[in-house]
Design a protein around this ligand. Structure first.
Ligand code: ATP
Ligand code: MG
Length: 314
């Protein structure tokens, strides 16, 4: 297997008049991985996708996708990528299979090849039952899966998904998540933009957080959360008078934080679950029965807010 990234962007710049949409944008995605591009509205996510899929030309910088240069070998890049934009691409009146056959023909397959590929995709993505029904009767999740199938007709090496689950209910999102995981498991590199942090957390092997056209941080979901601080243990007692006894009994590297109104003591827990066990034992030995005891990890939402707030720099 090749070690070179399936997708690499170095120093992309793109301006629209006075607006800088991409400002020294760089990205690396390992083959077969799911990479999440996260950022607030207007951060430049869709512009990055359009640049990497050859739909717009950038002002400067270089990018390679599936082994080819985006600016000088755009035809070869296009042959190797799939793109699912925000709007739905499939036709409402046609059936699912008919849609895929139509796309296959558009992509240059013969009638026989198009029919055969449509059948394969409908079967692989659990759409067989609905194969002949007009798409107008599909659920949001099914329609989105059909959109994704249409982008898979030529077995792309890299698949771009711009906000693939926006507007779907939880069931539809789950169906689409399963689809995306399968595609990556089959070896396709996936770049997805999302405004849902839990989606990136669930799906992405690595995440780039974007702000004002620039990637401000890249890492695995776990790494990003770790950078923000360690786990914490929150002990809640039923009687605030017990709080000093709690702080006296537990072991902590830093001073425990007491919140009398909430009846909680918060303890830093760099060792996570080991610290949780030690706390349970210490409380038990001191004869304290907490009302609640939780190990709280920093959430991706906290990471996102910390990295993309107005004050955040770098
Ligand atoms: N064709 C265009 N003409 C002028 N300005 C544009 C154009 N496309 C994007 N922009 C501007 O570039 C910036 C980045 O836009 P982009 O659509 O890439 O952001 P985004 O991260 O995808 O946002 P969203 O989460 O709202 O989809 C925005 O300020 C936007 O207004
Ligand atoms: Mg967008």
């Amino acid at each position: 297997m090749s070690q070179s990234p399936s997708l690499q962007a170095v120093g992309l710049h793109k301006r629209y008049g006075d607006v800088t949409a991409l400002d020294d944008f760089s990205l690396d995605c390992a083959p077969g991985s799911i990479h999440g591009l996260l950022g607030p509205n207007g951060a430049g996510k869709s512009t990055a996708v359009r640049a990497l899929t050859t739909l717009i030309d950038v002002d400067s910088g270089t990018a390679r996708v599936a082994g080819y240069a985006v600016r000088t070998e755009s035809r070869r890049v296009r042959e190797r990528i799939g793109l699912v934009g925000q709007g739905t691409a499939v036709d409402d009146i046609l059936g699912g299979t008919q849609n895929l056959v139509m796309f296959g023909r558009l992509f240059g397959l013969s009638k026989t090849q198009a029919v055969s590929r449509a059948g394969e995709l409908m079967a692989a993505f659990d759409l067989i039952e609905a194969a002949d029904r007009p798409v107008s009767g599909y659920s949001g999740g099914m329609r989105r899966r059909l959109d994704i199938c249409a982008s898979l007709i030529l077995s792309p090496a890299v698949l771009f998904l711009d906000e693939p689950t926006t507007g779907l209910d939880p069931r539809g999102r789950n169906e689409v998540w399963r689809t995306i995981r399968r595609i990556a498991a089959d070896g396709t590199t996936v770049l997805l933009t999302t405004q849902y942090l839990d989606e990136a957390d669930q799906l992405a092997d690595s995440i780039s957080v974007m702000k004002a056209g620039h990637v401000v941080r890249t890492g695995t979901p776990v790494e990003l959360k770790k950078q923000l601080g360690s786990d914490r243990i929150v002990v809640t007692v039923s009687d605030a008078a017990d709080l000093p006894r709690v702080t006296a009994s537990v072991h902590s590297h830093s001073t425990p934080e007491i919140d009398s109104a909430a009846r909680t003591v918060t303890i830093e827990a760099p060792s996570g679950t080991a610290a949780l066990l030690a706390t349970v034992r210490a409380l038990d030995e001191a004869g304290i029965e907490p009302e609640d005891l939780v190990l709280r990890r920093p959430t991706l939402d906290e990471v996102f807010l910390a990295l993309t707030s107005q004050e955040a720099t770098s």
